[in-house]
Design a protein around this ligand. Structure first.
Ligand SMILES: *Cc1c(COP(=O)(O)O)cnc(C)c1O
Length: 413
């Protein structure tokens, strides 16, 4: 379904109402509207202020550890070349976001939002979290800047993700288990939105992905775009030209948007997003909103969602708690319909294979989330010519997943 002619630029969105084509927007209660407008204005001011950019760069360097390396995955490249036709097989690079402080790309966005909250004079930060990675990143920066931090987390996730709950508490955050609905991420986000309307004056809502009402999808994308900007520069330095393809996993879609956005108008660059297919898209047990969902409204924006026949939001399933969201950022929904980005999906089983391979061949234990994208690299790379440069966004490290993977492989720790 193509709703719009291809635009001159894929990088100009959203429009003034926060829309990417028919997606995005701000479907919020009237009581929330003044807060959203306030935030939009504060963000526009910050974007135009060189001191905000300077702070982002300074903390980015000294606190997060940026720039993250662009690394040639030599043994993986050779291994996959040996699988395909002779003389063929892409040269594979990892953008190493797993080396950031707190172990994933999440912190790039949190830094931006926390610096913005400080500018706005908001002393209390709230966040939603599923697997706990965004909660940990938020708790970390709140500790660093002496801000009060409240994290909403589905009660089911509180139980599943005990180490991250403990981390957040160590960092001084209050973790509130959410008992409504399916007691997972989407319910935590509803609860955080409810908190925000009731604590108007002192509270800043730090959203963890490119979802929510405008301006969040665009703002979070901008903060994550450092990934793509660095990649472009690093590839030019290493290979003297742009990459031929980019690939990233998608939960809400922030690490992917961050890598993709600076390249959207480089039309020769192929771009692939990888959703979580769980037990397979046909099984109904998955988190592939574009592949297996349809458009609707959730958390203040219109996008592709997993829904049952009555339009109720369905449960998402994935081996990876970080991809377990029944929606996807609205800009991805638009890029999907415009055909600029190709969206694939990877099953739990494919993901585990990639997880093992990366660990054994590169000495890097990836998080289960980017292992989804890596499993598609394993399929795509052997079909490409030998001079094809492919960049995988290695969005996080796998330490957090060790207990779960050990259990799946039947090992006790
Ligand atoms: C949270 C998380 C994701 C998924 O979130 P996006 O917004 O889609 O990037 C992916 N990888 C890691 C390591 C994460 O922690």
């Amino acid at each position: 379904m193509t709703l719009n002619p291809a635009p001159n630029s894929f990088r100009t969105g959203p429009d003034e109402r926060g829309r990417f084509g028919i997606f995005g927007g701000r479907f919020v209660a009237e009581t929330l509207m003044p807060l959203i407008l306030d935030l939009e204005k504060a963000y526009a001011d910050a974007k135009a202020d060189p001191s905000f950019k300077a702070d982002m760069e300074s903390y980015g360097t000294h606190y997060i550890g940026r720039p993250s390396p662009l690394y040639f995955a030599e043994r993986l490249t050779e291994h996959l070349r040996a699988q395909g036709p002779a003389g063929q097989g892409a040269k594979i690079f990892f953008k190493r976001e797993e080396l950031n402080h707190t172990g994933s790309h999440k912190v790039n966005n949190v830094l931006g939002q926390i610096l913005l909250a400080r500018r706005m004079g908001k002393p209390r930060i709230i966040a939603e979290t599923g697997a706990g990675q965004h909660g940990v990143a938020t708790a970390t920066l709140c500790a660093r800047f002496g801000l009060k931090c409240v994290v909403y987390m589905g009660a089911v996730d509180v139980e599943r993700q005990a180490p991250n709950v403990f981390r957040m508490k160590m960092l001084g955050a209050e973790v509130i288990p959410v008992q409504s609905g399916t007691r997972t991420l989407k319910d935590a986000m509803n609860e955080a939105l409810r908190d925000w309307v009731t604590n108007v004056s002192d509270t800043f809502y730090c959203i963890g992905t490119v979802a929510g009402p405008h301006p969040y999808p665009a703002m979070v994308r901008d903060f994550q775009s450092v990934i793509g900007i660095e990649t472009k520069q690093q590839m030019l330095e290493m290979e003297g030209r742009l990459p031929d393809s980019l690939i990233a996993c998608i939960g809400g879609g922030s690490n992917a948007m961050g890598l993709f956005h600076p390249f959207l108008d480089d039309r020769d660059v192929e771009i692939y997003g990888v959703e979580a297919a769980g037990h397979g898209v046909q099984s109904g047990l998955h988190a592939a909103s574009l592949t297996g969902g349809r458009p609707g409204v959730l958390h203040g924006n219109r996008t592709y969602l997993l829904m049952n026949e009555d339009g109720q939001i369905a449960d998402a399933h994935s081996i990876s708690a970080g991809l377990d969201y029944p929606g996807i950022g609205p800009e991805h929904a638009w890029l999907h319909e415009m055909g600029r980005v190709t969206y694939l999906s990877a099953t739990d089983a494919e993901t585990l294979e990639a997880f093992k391979l990366c660990s054994m061949l590169e000495g890097i234990i990836p998080a289960l989330e980017p292992a989804h994208a890596l499993s598609k690299v394993m399929e795509l790379a052997p079909t490409k010519p030998a001079d094809h440069l492919m960049v995988l966004n290695l969005s996080g490290r796998g330490d957090k997943d060790i207990p779960q993977v050990a259990q799946i492989f039947g090992q006790t720790l």
